[in-house]
Write a protein that binds this ligand. Structure first.
Ligand SMILES: NC(=O)c1ccc[n+]([C@@H]2O[C@H](COP(=O)([O-])OP(=O)(O)OC[C@H]3O[C@@H](n4cnc5c(N)ncnc54)[C@H](O)[C@@H]3O)[C@@H](O)[C@H]2O)c1
Length: 438
């Protein structure tokens, strides 16, 4: 359980009448929906991905958007406009169901059957826990946590979801992508022999930066420019590279006869070269390299980078004794002889498939709960970050017990985040050999 998140949530409950109402909901209330009745959807986090996920959810027949929650009104209005244009007949969000503020998620969850959680990932554990406590089905974006305390909270809520027969899909969409599924089938059938290692990459030029506004408090600024603060984002290794780390966990786990695996130890290096000297980049690194070791001896070399004009690649190569697998392609060990290829021109959009699958499982009351692998892959990314920040060789079992969390004690625009700029305006950037992570 994350004491910081718990403390924060308790503070909402003490100060907000509506939130207190949400807390009073009986834990047994479940959103079981039978037959063809329309499912009520709430969108929590109305940014780019939240709007996309809501669009996909509404595209699958049988849902209606009834509530929205965000901390910024402009983001909510933008999402509402675009969703209304696409799905006029499926968007019915009365003014009283447009919730703004840090406790908005509790109010939106209350009126829905299905909840999309697409805020910055630092908020995910407490929001997932709240949705499951309230008995709601969940689609949540990756990563599902940015520290070990959040990992433990999501794992605990995942068990509760099973107990309550709630359905959970996580936006690690490669699990719903035909090119990956077809490749996995061939790997499981022995086409590349035994897996010995993997190379995984999210190397690119970086993402958006949101400028400080004149009326921004520090909390408001960090929440808008969230990519660059670890309590919100978890660094690039969590926010983007998780997709590739998750594929490694998934394929290695399947080869071991399990749904997913996780490394048992790791070490790595990383730092900040092109971002030096600019506080708008907060505290995150611009490159990480991690060597993850699994219990069956497989080694995964993971790299992610945010540096323009450098080699870019977003993919995975799973190396076996007889060949190597990439998404939709299997070659010999040299990579020269193609043994199989999936062109995938007619494959359904995997972002859409995620929602089709979630809603089908709700309607047909079939079990689905991606939260376990979602949390494990999120924690593997956190584990990698712990290695690059500390420069130490770490063990999984120690990492998942870590109590270190930068989540604020109080969530309010005038409250201070734990990570603050120094007198020179610079945020503290981790230093390998000095920074403690466990
Ligand atoms: N699966 C994918 O391929 C994919 C792609 C993009 C983003 N994502 C994930 O989706 C999530 C959102 O990313 P995005 O690109 O949409 O970011 P975004 O900044 O566009 O949207 C985030 C939204 O959450 C709102 N928000 C922030 N704090 C909140 C809070 N406490 N309560 C309610 N709302 C809050 C913001 O105001 C904003 O509208 C991230 O976890 C990201 O990793 C996944």
């Amino acid at each position: 359980m994350n004491p910081a998140l718990e403390g924060t949530r308790r503070k909402f409950l003490g100060t907000s009448a509506v939130a207190a109402g949400a807390a009073a909901l009986p834990a047994s209330i479940s959103a079981q929906v039978e037959g063809n009745s329309t499912l009520k959807l709430a969108l929590v986090g109305c940014g780019g991905r939240g709007s996309g996920a809501a669009n996909q959810n509404l595209t699958t027949q049988g849902t209606k958007l009834v509530a929205m929650a965000d901390v910024f009104e402009d983001r909510m209005n933008g999402a509402l406009d675009s969703l209304t244009k696409r799905h006029a007949d499926k968007v019915e969000v009365p003014d009283e169901n447009k919730f703004i503020g840090f406790d908005a998620y509790l109010k939106a969850i209350e009126v829905a059957d299905v909840v999309i959680l697409a805020t910055p990932p630092g908020f995910r554990p407490m929001m997932f826990k709240a949705a499951i406590d309230a008995g709601k089905h969940v689609f949540m974006e990756k990563p599902v946590c940015v520290d070990a305390a959040g990992y433990r909270m999501v794992m605990e809520a995942a068990k509760k979801a099973d107990e309550k027969n709630l359905k959970v899909v996580v936006g690690l969409q490669r699990h719903y992508q035909k090119s990956y599924l077809e490749t996995l089938d061939r790997v499981k059938n022995g086409m590349i022999g035994d897996i010995v290692s993997a190379q995984i990459y999210w190397n690119g030029g970086g993402v958006w930066v949101r400028d400080r506004q004149p009326d921004d408090t520090e909390m408001r600024y960090q929440c808008r420019n969230w990519y660059y603060f670890n309590w919100l984002c978890g660094d690039n290794i969590c926010e983007q590279h998780i997709h590739n780390i998750d594929v490694a966990n998934w394929f290695i786990g399947e080869a071991m006869g399990k749904d997913f695996a996780h490394p048992i130890s790791a070490q790595g290096m990383g730092g900040r070269e092109v971002r030096d000297g600019d506080p708008k980049y907060g505290q995150i690194f611009d490159h990480h390299f991690v060597e993850f070791r699994y219990e069956n001896g497989v080694i995964v070399n993971s790299q992610c980078r945010h540096q323009r004009n450098t080699w870019s690649r977003v993919s995975e190569e799973i190396i076996g004794t007889n060949g190597r697998a990439e998404p939709g392609k299997i070659t010999d060990r040299t990579g020269k002889k193609v043994m199989w290829r999936h062109r995938g021109r007619d494959d359904e959009n995997h972002y859409q498939v995620e929602h089709n699958v979630l809603l089908e499982h709700i309607r047909e009351d079939k079990p689905i709960n991606n939260a376990y692998y979602g949390a494990t892959s999120s924690m593997t990314s956190v584990f990698g970050r712990m290695c690059t920040y500390s420069g130490k060789n770490l063990k999984w079992d120690d990492a998942i017990k870590s109590e270190k969390s930068d989540f604020p004690d109080v969530l309010a625009w005038d409250a201070q985040p734990k990570v603050l700029p120094g007198p020179d305006g610079q945020y503290p950037v981790p230093v390998p050999g000095v920074t403690e992570v466990i």
